[in-house]
Design a protein around this ligand. Sequence first.
Ligand code: HAM
Length: 424
Amino acid sequence: MNSPLQTPKGTHDLLPEDFRYLDFVQKTVEKRLKDFGFGRISTPVFEFKDLFVRTSGETADIVEKELYAFASASGKEYALKPEGTAGVVRAYIQHGMHCLPQPVMLYYLEPHFRHDRPQAGRFRQFYQFGFEIIGESDPALDAQAIALAHGIHEDLGIASRLSLQINSLGCAECRTKFSAALQEFYFDKKRSLCETCQTRLEKNPLRLLDCKEEDCHLLASLAPKLSEFICPDCHTHQAQVEEFLDELGISFQKNPTLVRGLDYYTRTVFEFWDEKEGAQNAVGGGGRYDNLIKKLGGPETPALGYAGGIERIISHIKSAQVSLPAENAPQIFLAALGQTAKVYGLKLLEELREAGMRAVGVLGKSSVKAQLKLADRYQTPFTLILGQIELNNDSIIIRNMKKGSQESVRLKEVVKVMKKKLKQ
Ligand code: HAM
């Protein structure tokens, strides 16, 4: 039943515990990307619907079945963004970025929306990080993009759980010849195809190879192979990408059936799959899209990119039991007992924070027991206890929570003493 007090199907709240993971992923991703020279971009959550139709292609699932489209009161058609490449490419053209030194390297980390059937690892609102390298056709860039994604997985502690699949989809010429061969092959088999594939045959025959229906899948295994139609230039490009990957020590599987679900790809495509589950729930995917910018009305500009699904990455981080850095956890809990101690405590908390320590306390509970219970919850290595007796003596108690030992120090010394203790 739909209840306004529940998140809509396929969406979820991100609670502080979730942000421990999200922050870890974000920091790790941004460190790699910034070291590489990428700049951050954010495009609107919604754009004109036509942008997504023209970018991904009308037969792409994310357009045909999964677009959250809506019309404004004046009848303009918009859609929530199902992926990041369309918006980034639109921004590249809109802001005349072809005049900047090429390649232009942009990254994003944002929620995206697909009206997919929710299941494990498949949501209607999900986070993606992605990067686009626009303005360069050299295969060294393809290898570097793949190495970058692999490096991010290594930093996140999940690289060994993933297998890299790569393929070449060739250029427009290879694809035209291949599409014609497919249409010929399927000419007298059309009735054995599912309804969707019958439409695909006319609009985008390549997508027939991607269908999971049993009959379509069987026919696809007998159909001509794209690799037979790859022209010498595309072949050389792919061979160089593979050579660079070998040099970089990145292992991969050549997968001639990898076509990706979006129409804009040319030449290199790649995905990172779960070692065990395979194609289901890929952690990320990307590839070259050398014709897209021209197709959308910009100058002829080669480009490539990648996007990773953050929920799926986090699920791997959890399964691999990667320990997260605890760098933001509070270090000191201050238990202040009584009104005067609270007033003094607030000042002391500020002094501790200004001296660079992470301190919490004076949280309203009055009894010692309740305050120490709170200190336990924060798992701070130290608790400071300030009551009337301590105030009368101009002192404060420092309790070492791990050792269970405690000592009394002079109030005006406590910031200095704590700084020293935390350094140790
Ligand atoms: P994509 O393969 O459609 O590529 O999505 C990339 C990743 O986003 C997937 O591998 C998956 O991890 C995650 N993802 C996709 N849909 C969902 C969902 N419903 N729930 C959870 N996670 C999901 C793209 O989006 C391209 N724009 C990538 C790209 C960038 N190609 C070139 N540049």
